[in-house]
Design a protein around this ligand. Sequence first.
Ligand SMILES: NC(=O)c1ccc[n+]([C@@H]2O[C@H](COP(=O)([O-])OP(=O)(O)OC[C@H]3O[C@@H](n4cnc5c(N)ncnc54)[C@H](O)[C@@H]3O)[C@@H](O)[C@H]2O)c1
Length: 287
Amino acid sequence: MIDNYNGKVLVITGGANGIGRALALGCAKRGADVLIADIHGDEAEAVAGEIREMGRRAVAVQADVSLSEECQKIFDRTMEEFGRCDILINDAGVSNGADILDIKEQDIKWVTEVNVYAHWFMMQRFIPQMRSQGTHCQILNVCSIAGLITLGSAPVYFSTKHAAVALSECVYKSLKASGADIDVSVFCPGFVQTEMHLTDRHRPQRFAVPEGDPYYTSEKYQKFIEFNKQILDNGAPLEPTVEKVFASLAKKQFYILTHENYDELLKQQGIYQANRTEPVDPSLLKK
Ligand SMILES: NC(=O)c1ccc[n+]([C@@H]2O[C@H](COP(=O)([O-])OP(=O)(O)OC[C@H]3O[C@@H](n4cnc5c(N)ncnc54)[C@H](O)[C@@H]3O)[C@@H](O)[C@H]2O)c1
């Protein structure tokens, strides 16, 4: 795992806000140079400015990571600016709380393409580069506790995060088997204090809310946003949570879990699966 960030090059998606921004600043504080890719170019540039003030190099790239060609753009810019990448963090993610019978097809596609496809597109480009460098590299995929357990809600979020965790596990195993000097970790937090309830503002144009569509202004849809805000506000504080990520990376952990109240649910999930019984009861979740 990366324990010395000095002079290392970090490429991070979703680095303009929330967890991604805190991870980008945390790496820069430890001496890394940073390329921040985000769908909001101006917000990514603001974070790049903060990093330059810390005395590190930083570049912002406006990109929609759900598109393969945009991930190629991020890769090309990284090579142009830095000629290498030592740490890749796939952080960009979006959510939707609609139930299976309510959710719009475009939202299934949007959340899946950002939360899962982007991890594929980025790793497919950066792993060969990391291999060719012959230096020790790190990939950190920001997933969620929703990638390890299920509750009875937000099926698109839970299913995409499960897919992203599975992808990380496969890549971790295949890189280890091939002897590549690239570590992979997955960060699976519970709720963290960010503005993720405003996720709809990160929609690419092709998934924009159709003008006048009553579904998106319905009480049910708005209630989800309000509910999400409440649980995010009551989540773990951002900075200490991100510091725990750096501590876990230093301990060479693949699974980075920062919210202990899910531990019992995680354990029971494994037991229920091994016993081939019903999925674990979410009421085991400690408040
Ligand atoms: N906040 C939490 O409670 C929580 C819990 C578990 C997991 N996570 C995960 O952590 C990650 C970051 O979440 P956050 O809370 O910081 O959210 P956030 O909404 O504050 O930040 C997400 C960032 O991703 C960017 N982004 C979204 N779609 C993009 C796209 N198509 N292309 C490029 N950039 C895009 C946004 O512009 C934003 O800067 C996500 O993957 C999320 O699923 C968050």
